[in-house]
Design a binder for this molecule. Structure first.
Ligand code: ZN
Length: 276
């Protein structure tokens, strides 16, 4: 199953809708309406009072006004989870996963504008594969299959104010500005990087390849991460877990176009602007 969330321009007023997505000749199409995921309570309220849905016509995703396809209660990130990225910034290989949170207020839709805060002099991109949780979980056992708790996967750009991350010590502010978590364009379970084949992530800056990494090179695997995280906290449906970025991070400038892609997940592209 693949799905997206988009803004449907209906006669009374625009309404967010969910749609099932299919790959047709290498192009992602929204092909049918989909029920609202349980965690998107605001959307449930909006659509309850909405008039009858207009007829649905299959549409390429590139022609839709896409919204963030997830509604996480938390965005739990993993730092330095690729050997080559840990060392490129002069850090040691971590002995345990390095976890940090981004606030849900940092979420940004596909195609949205990353705003470079005036407070920072260096804002970096970090292309990442992210897990989307599908079922509440806590204390996953060492031999328990993690796949039933994974709804699917999506793309995230873990945008980072590198100077503030360093000077603060704590990462909350440097990682947490509004627009610092572009996500999408779709959620898909038609891949299994947790226990099956690895996937390759590519980040393009203004059309030039800057990052290319395989999840085969993750220091901590997806099952290990889910066990480690749920030993501490409950994961809820819709929670988002970016799994770390490969080598090749670099800085963004106003006017840049940054794009993260994985075969089967489409391409997450955003533009960059300075704060006014
Ligand atoms: Zn990251």
């Amino acid at each position: 199953m693949r799905y997206c969330k988009y803004l449907s321009f209906e006669p009374a007023h625009p309404i967010p809708r969910y749609a099932l997505v299919e790959l047709r000749d290498d192009v992602l199409w929204a092909v049918a309406p989909m029920a609202t995921p349980e965690e998107d309570l605001l959307h449930l309220l909006q659509t309850r009072s909405a008039p009858q849905q207009i007829p649905f016509y299959p549409t390429p995703l590139s022609e839709l006004h896409l919204l963030t396809p997830v509604t996480p209660s938390k965005i739990l990130c993993v730092g330095r989870n690729y050997r080559d990225h840990a060392t490129e910034l002069g850090n040691d290989i971590p002995k345990e996963p390095l976890l940090f949170l981004k606030p849900p207020s940092s979420l940004l839709a596909p195609g949205g504008t990353i705003v470079m805060p005036a407070l920072s002099r260096r804002v970096d991109y970090e292309g990442e594969l992210a897990i989307v949780i599908g079922k509440r979980c806590r204390n996953l056992g060492p031999h328990e299959d993690v796949r039933p708790y994974i709804r699917g996967y999506t793309l995230v750009n873990d945008v980072t104010a590198r100077d503030i991350q360093k000077s603060d010590g704590q990462w909350t502010r440097g990682k947490g500005f509004d627009t610092f978590c572009p996500v999408g364009p779709i959620v898909s379970d038609e891949m299994d990087p947790a226990t099956g084949d690895p996937v390759t992530l590519i980040t393009l800056l203004n059309g030039e390849i800057k990052q290319q990494g395989s999840t085969a090179d993750l220091i901590f695997s997806i099952p290990f991460l889910l066990r480690y995280i749920t030993a501490a906290m409950t994961l809820e449906p819709g929670d988002l877990i970016p799994t770390g970025t490969p080598a090749g991070v670099g800085s963004l400038q106003p006017g840049d176009r940054i794009e993260v892609s994985i075969a089967g997940l489409g391409s997450l592209h955003n533009i960059v602007a300075a704060e006014h």
